[in-house]
Design a protein around this ligand. Structure first.
Ligand SMILES: Nc1ncnc2c1ncn2[C@@H]1O[C@H](COP(=O)(O)OP(=O)(O)O)[C@@H](O)[C@H]1O
Ligand SMILES: [Mg+2]
Length: 303
């Protein structure tokens, strides 16, 4: 099968591993920088090109769209979808998952556990907004932050108010959450492929921090998630329409709570911590689903 990995950099661990896994399974595969894909759109048909040459015939695309290029990357992915390529994560699912607030709203509506979250726009409402949340500590997060940057812990109401005022002054979108103290700086990254958790690791924050992101110096160990954790992770990915997702859970007194759902989860940390061939699982799932999509499309045109 003809695969494309949409990635800005072929040298990145995740990209290299996906290429390797596809080749090992007999697929042809090419890394395409989404920012070098350009297109002509007309009602008569589409034309997509890459460095001067036409792009066509990719049965499957695995998107690795970084947060800084969400908009353009998703436009390119959408174009691939419209031209018949299968992607385990659709452009619209990726765009949806990037917005933490939106994810929380949608997941909460389906009964998924989450830290209690508040948000509001007007400074006059801050006092009541914080009263709705309860006493500090509070976790204040930028809506589109990643890798732990833009996640702050405030221990006093005055600190919460000052942080919120500062963020508003910068026109930043943010949300405020209850702090789950019993997690003790740990979270669980569940790597979901299709309807299974193929690998999971427990990440622990470095001394003196509450954020367990590996980019912030957190350490990781393999973990066997409980049945409830697996069900929560898989359900969260499905609700957001993601075939491949890194679902971050935190263990709380009231069960697993989803912190975020990552639509381009990194492979390096999880493969190193667990020894699982996660790239292989992504490629196999994508190839099987692409085949199914192409077969049903052919059936449709035949009948
Ligand atoms: N409500 C919370 N209570 C306790 N710890 C939290 C909470 N929210 C986030 N954290 C910690 O901070 C880390 C980063 O938060 P997260 O929402 O995943 O943002 P990012 O997208 O930057 O990774 C989490 O992995 C977790 O360790
Ligand atoms: Mg996170």
């Amino acid at each position: 099968m003809k695969f494309a990995i949409l990635s800005r950099n072929g040298k990145l661990y995740s990209t290299r591993r996906l290429v390797e896994a596809a080749r090992e399974r007999g697929h042809s595969v090419r890394v395409l920088d989404p920012l070098r894909c350009y297109m002509r759109i007309s009602s008569a048909g589409f034309d997509m090109r890459y460095k001067g040459k036409p792009l066509a015939g990719y049965a499957a695309v695995v998107p690795r769209i970084g947060a800084s290029i969400t908009r353009y990357g998703c436009a390119v992915l959408r174009q691939f979808e419209l031209m018949g390529s299968y992607s385990p994560n659709s452009a619209s699912a990726i765009a949806r998952a990037r917005d933490k607030l939106r994810c929380h709203q949608v997941l909460a509506a389906q009964g998924i556990g989450l830290p209690i979250t508040v948000f509001g726009d007007n400074p006059d409402d801050t006092g009541d907004l914080l009263a709705m949340l309860g006493p500090p500590p509070h976790v204040i997060k930028l809506n589109e932050g990643t890798q732990g940057a833009g996640v702050m812990l405030t221990e006093k109401p005055s600190a919460s108010r000052a942080t919120i005022e500062t963020l508003r002054g910068l026109y930043a979108n943010f949300l405020v959450q209850e702090f789950i103290a019993e997690a003790k700086g740990a979270d669980l990254r569940c790597f979901v492929v299709g309807d299974t958790v193929v690998a999971a690791m427990r990440r622990l924050a470095p001394q003196g921090d509450f954020r367990s992101n590996l980019h912030r110096g957190g350490t990781a160990k393999p973990v066997r998630p409980t049945r409830a954790e697996v069900a929560t992770a898989v359900h969260a990915a499905q609700i957001l329409g993601l075939g491949v997702a890194g679902v971050d859970l935190i263990r709380s007194k009231r069960g697993p709570l989803v912190l975020e759902v990552n639509s381009s989860p990194g492979l390096e940390g999880i493969e190193a911590a667990t020894g699982v061939d996660v790239a292989g699982a992504v490629i196999e799932h994508t190839a099987a689903a692409a085949l199914k999509q192409h077969t049903s499309n052919t059936n449709l045109t035949d009948s």
